[in-house]
Design a protein around this ligand. Sequence first.
Ligand SMILES: [Zn+2]
Length: 384
Amino acid sequence: MRDQTIDILRDLIAYPTVSSESNLQMIGHLAGQLEAAGARCFLSGDDTGSKANLFATLGPDGPGGILLSGHSDVVPVLDQDWSSDPFEMTERDGRLYGRGTCDMKGFIAAAVAFAGQIDPARLIRPLHFAFTYDEEVGCLGARHLVGELAQRNILPDIAIIGEPTEMRIIEGHKGCCEYTTHFSGLEGHGSLPDAGVNAAEYAARYVSRLMELREQLKPRAPQNSRFDPPWTTINIGRIAGGVAHNVIAGKAEVDWEMRPVQKADAEFVKQALAAYVRHTLLPDMHAVCNHAEITTETIGEVTGLDPMHDNAARDLVAELTGSNSADVVSFGTEAGLFQELGMNVVVCGPGSIEQAHKPDEFITVEQLNKCCDMLARLGIKLTA
Ligand SMILES: [Zn+2]
């Protein structure tokens, strides 16, 4: 399985599946390989017709089973200084270089090589594969896929998301929600502030409210939270607006993010903001100008992965890897979406997040081998 994994990975790296580009060629290639291994496949595409998820099943039909999942897209290489072509895998000193080697085509290659080794007739439980689109830009593909799985009544018991964790078991991560709030007021001369609606001032009041909420989130931290910091955080990333000293700012916007440790916190913040806008800011704006408005644009909402006391996925991967500790991390993945559907989920895959998104991204052959070993043991457990 080890040699096949490297061969498959070389092919996958050659598809430049940057999130802004189509992934259909690579998805077609993967579907061909899984079908050759005896899998039943379906694609679920996005609205543009240029992206698709691939879902495949080996072995018996029916409920439950194990899902191996990874995203097909990679981050751009623009403005990065690479020592070799990022879309041509090169091996140097036991490391395989190329965009996506660790995040996360290495895991996909191992999963497909694993599929090729399994005799589907011997599988006692369904073995599913999900390869998604647009993870790097807000988990759009996985969000679409979980809807499709619910509709088709496909619910694996256990999902392993192969993001790079150096094969450590990750049972939790915070969510990551990014928003841009737009303020539209009424311009006017700076000498007559009461005659206009100053969008920059409303943006400032909104930011102040966000900062109050940030403090209120601290005592809401779940008991024994293992995250650092243990509570849901809010960050103001960018404020922009206005044109000059002596003009009432007509437009302003605020980029901000929230990293929830629990879904209830996200709701708490959203409701508090909606009430503040509706009952305080908008009435003040509308007293001067009816057309003034505040709108919040969702840039991306990555659902958190809640660490669970009982987690069959964690227990299974602990058995397969011989590791008896499970951790939480600060980076987001698609795992929370699968958890929402009712699966037991862990994140565990080859390579290090340290190398992800960087120039000269690599995965070591040793890490890939460890992943192959885990899957080989999974194969033994799943076959009679
Ligand atoms: Zn990733």
